[in-house]
Design a binder for this molecule. Structure first.
Ligand code: 3PG
Length: 217
C-alpha cells in the first residue's frame, strides 16, 4: 500500500479533500478528480454520512476508475481509525499526532500521515518510526519558510503540507525537496460540488497537475 501511494504521489503530488456526507456525490467527485489526474484522495470525516461516503468510494473503486486510492482524513480517535480501516480506507490522515492511532496503523500496515506543526511533533513522529507526516495548518504554522527549516533538520522525513494551499501557492510548497505531496480543499469547492459542476472539479485537478509538473521539472 505504501508503495502504491508513493508511486501515485510521485506522478501527481496533490491530495484533494472530498468533504461529503452523500455517497453518490462523493463517488461523482472522486471520478471527476481522477479524470483530472488525481488518484490519491482523502475523504474527511467532518459531517454525518462521511464514513458511508468513504465506504462507497472504496467499494466502487474499480468502477470509478483505475488507480484510485481512497484514504480517510480528519481521523481524530482510535475508534475512527478502526472504522475507516474496516470501511476500506487505504491510508489515514489526522490533524494532529495521536500515538494510539499511529501504533494501530503501523501494526495494521496502514499508511498514516499524522499532523505536525512544530519541531517537537516532527521529532516525536520520527521517534515513533514514521518517515512521512502531514504539516498542518501549513500556511498558519509558518508556511514554506517553516517547512524549509523543518526539512533541513529532519532530512529523513517527508512532509505533506495542508491548510491554506491553493493553485496560487502550490508550486512554492512542491518546490521543496522534502514535500511528498500537498493536500487541500481548493480542488473541491463546496458551491461547485453542490451545483454538480464536476467538469469544473476535473478542471481544477488538471490545473493542479500542470502546476505540479512545472514545479518538479
Ligand atoms: C485538512 O484537513 O487537511 C485541511 O482542512 C485542509 O485545509 P484547506 O481547507 O485550507 O485546504
Amino acid at each position: 500500500q505504501a508503495d502504491s501511494i508513493s508511486a501515485a504521489l510521485a506522478a501527481a503530488p496533490v491530495v484533494p479533500l472530498v468533504d461529503s456526507g452523500d455517497p453518490d456525490q462523493a463517488v461523482a467527485t472522486a471520478r471527476a478528480l481522477l479524470e483530472g489526474g488525481l488518484a490519491v484522495q482523502e475523504v474527511v470525516l467532518r459531517r454525518p454520512g462521511a464514513l458511508d461516503a468513504m465506504r462507497s468510494m472504496a467499494q466502487r473503486r474499480a468502477d470509478i476508475g483505475e488507480g484510485l486510492i481512497v484514504g480517510a482524513g480528519t481521523v481524530l480517535t482510535l475508534e475512527q481509525a478502526k472504522a475507516v480501516h474496516k470501511a476500506g480506507a487505504e491510508f489515514i490522515v489526522s490533524p494532529g499526532l495521536l500515538d494510539e492511532i499511529v501504533h494501530y496503523c503501523m501494526d495494521e500496515g496502514l499508511p498514516v500521515f499524522p499532523g505536525t506543526a512544530t519541531a517537537s511533533e516532527v521529532q516525536r513522529a520520527h521517534a515513533l518510526g514514521l518517515r512521512a507526516v502531514k504539516f498542518f495548518p501549513a500556511s498558519l504554522a509558518g508556511g514554506v519558510p517553516m517547512l524549509k527549516a523543518l526539512s533541513s533538520v529532519f532530512s529523513a522525513m517527508r512532509f505533506m503540507p495542508t491548510g491554506g494551499i491553493s493553485a496560487a501557492n502550490l508550486h512554492e510548497y512542491l518546490a521543496l525537496p522534502g514535500v511528498i505531496a500537498c493536500g487541500g480543499s481548493w480542488l473541491t469547492p463546496r458551491e461547485v460540488i453542490a451545483a454538480g459542476d464536476y467538469d469544473a472539479v476535473t478542471g481544477l485537478a488538471r490545473e493542479a497537475v500542470a502546476i505540479a509538473r512545472a514545479a518538479r521539472d
